[in-house]
Design a protein around this ligand. Structure first.
Ligand code: NAI
Length: 321
């Protein structure tokens, strides 16, 4: 069973499913019993013709799925009109269970040469598009107390990449958006995760050598997505990488840090003198929420009024100077 996960009676929406990763997701879910909405506007990789609405690539994937005995319907709307994509799922299949926000474009240019249009189109497709489809699917997820979302980020967003500040900004926005959806969806059994994939596609063919394209098949990314949106998977609010058969999870790390008394000793000079404490990861933790500021404040204030209370113990969390 574990080798053959199934999605019978599940309605799966895949955006940007006419090419690359999206096409492989769509074919996979259809081959495992799902009813699939194949969304794609059939544009170029750099989004120069986003408004054309060319149906050929989505139709070709639907045809392939149907010929293999699967169930699929095409949608040609841009993800910026995400409510229309979800409407296609509702009109044809009655609901939606899984949303894979995968559509994407690149408009690589260094900041110095970037126009507003270069930035805006990237934010539009990746951030607005992801929000629009998720917001439209949400009421159905909530009502049926079940929903799975995969939003697509990128190593460029997580780590930065030369010439991609627009794309990096959008892809990091997708992370914060998804972490928030995971929190909002928890009580409704809605699970939301982020994927940073790596795969041979038209987005990468100009930057990677042919031998790399061979080991970076989109097919190798698909199984992780299959697991994350399977009904047995409870993972939510997490960030995964998948490329060339390697799968990993990424998380935040917070150093133990430095806590200063709220008095005249709290200066830039004191911070500089203790820089190693702020940046030392040896007693780090892996937070999923902000630091406990009120706890810090109480402890630091207590020390301020009674300096004899040193050494400070904040359950081993904070170093005091
Ligand atoms: P791809 O170019 O092969 O496929 C993307 C598809 O999205 C295309 O068919 C395109 O027509 C469609 N699309 C573009 N704008 C759209 C819009 N506004 N509405 C609907 N469809 C639209 O690209 P690939 O490589 O398969 O990328 C898929 C996702 O993975 C993207 O979000 C990309 O940013 C992300 N990604 C890919 C990486 C890779 O190594 N291929 C690396 C990191 C992230």
């Amino acid at each position: 069973m574990a080798n053959n996960l199934r999605y019978d009676n599940q309605v799966v929406v895949v955006t940007g499913a006419g090419n690359g990763l999206g096409k492989q997701y769509a074919k996979f879910f259809a081959s495992r019993g799902a009813k699939v909405v194949v969304n794609d506007l059939g544009g170029t990789f750099n989004g120069k013709d986003q408004n054309k609405g060319e149906s050929r690539v989505a139709d070709a994937v639907v045809k392939e799925i149907k010929e293999a005995g699967g169930i699929a319907v095409a949608n040609y709307d841009p993800v910026q009109n995400g409510e229309k994509i979800i409407k296609t799922a509702i009109d044809h299949f009655g609901t939606v269970h899984v949303l894979i926000n995968n559509a994407g474009i690149l408009r690589d240019v260094t900041l110095r040469n970037m126009t507003d249009a270069d930035f805006d189109i990237i934010m539009d497709v990746h951030v607005h598009g992801t929000m629009k489809t998720a917001r439209a699917a949400w009421p159905f997820f909530k009502k049926q107390r079940y929903g799975k979302i995969i939003n697509t980020s990128s190593s460029s967003g997580l780590f930065g990449n030369f010439g991609q500040s627009n794309y990096a900004a959008a892809k990091m926005a997708v992370v914060g958006f998804t972490e928030t959806l995971a929190k909002e969806g928890a009580k409704y059994n809605i699970h939301c995760n982020v994927l940073a994939p790596g795969a041979a596609s038209r987005l990468t063919q100009t930057v990677w050598p042919p031998e790399m394209m061979e080991v970076m098949k989109p097919d190798f990314v698909v199984p992780l997505v299959g697991v994350l949106v399977h009904e047995s998977c409870k993972e939510s609010g997490s960030l995964f990488e998948a490329a060339a058969g390697h799968y990993s999870k990424i998380r935040w790390e917070r150093s133990e840090g430095l806590l200063l008394r709220p008095d005249e000793s709290l200066t830039a000079g004191t911070i500089l003198n203790n820089w190693n404490k702020i940046t030392d990861y040896s007693n780090a933790d892996h937070p999923t929420r902000p630091a406990n500021i009120s706890e810090f404040f109480e402890k630091a204030s207590a020390l301020s009024s009674n300096t004899a209370s040193s050494p400070l113990s904040l359950k081993g969390r904070v170093a005091l100077v």
